[in-house]
Design a protein around this ligand. Sequence first.
Ligand SMILES: NC(=O)c1ccc[n+]([C@@H]2O[C@H](COP(=O)([O-])OP(=O)(O)OC[C@H]3O[C@@H](n4cnc5c(N)ncnc54)[C@H](O)[C@@H]3O)[C@@H](O)[C@H]2O)c1
Length: 245
Amino acid sequence: MVRYAIITGAASGIGLATSRKLASLGYGVIMGDISDVVKEKAKSIKEETNNERVIGLHVDVTDWNSCKEFYNEVLSILGIDHVDVLVNNAGIIRDSLFIKMTPEQWDQVIKVHLYGAFNMTKQVVDGMIKNQWGRIINMSSASWKGNIGQANYSAAKAGLIGFTLTLSRELGKYNITVNAIVPGFIDTPMTASVPDKIKKLIMDRIPMGRMGRPEEVANTIAFLASEEASYINGAIIEVTGGLVL
Ligand SMILES: NC(=O)c1ccc[n+]([C@@H]2O[C@H](COP(=O)([O-])OP(=O)(O)OC[C@H]3O[C@@H](n4cnc5c(N)ncnc54)[C@H](O)[C@@H]3O)[C@@H](O)[C@H]2O)c1
């Protein structure tokens, strides 16, 4: 039996590495991203992993209608009636000290992470309940406990923890597990934009003395998505090399 997984924010970084990992394990993989680059990336992963069931589609997770159209497209292209795994991974940063933060910076970050997780989870949840099996994995961040310059991002990522814990309580009885991943400082295009001075401050707080690789987060997601993780529900799993912000 083939399990199908939707990964949002799949054109880059952690989402891309997760898509590659799940495709290599034989999942049907639906890569969703606001960037159309996702279509090329899906093609390469399909070839690399020799897995016919990899597709890349446009989705803007902040937009309910876009998520609805995306999900309907997924079902009709693949000829399925539900997906088994959802990785709510799409993300952005708009860092600024709170005194300088604009309403737009606040809105954009809250929308991608919180509305994004709501909009996508609503699409998949009925199918998972019907099938009595599901895995929902939400991408939080070590910043959820607070980080200077990230009031918007910390609030969104802490919100995702509350969302995860509540859904784990509501959906556990349907054999759907809901967990959060808390990555630390991972080497992706998102962190490439962090100023060197800040990078050094963070690096000094990582006991392992290096950034994480997207594949190291992807491996953790793959485990949570697997049969073996059947009794892990409502967990907040850190992949940080021991970082404390
Ligand atoms: N890199 C890190 O150190 C780190 C640490 C903690 C948490 N995270 C989280 O991990 C996730 C992935 O981050 P990354 O480092 O791989 O970032 P990234 O910038 O490499 O990738 C994020 C992807 O999300 C997509 N995206 C943005 N807005 C979208 C939208 N509205 N709809 C659909 N797709 C959208 C982008 O196009 C991009 O492809 C994010 O949620 C991020 O907050 C990253």
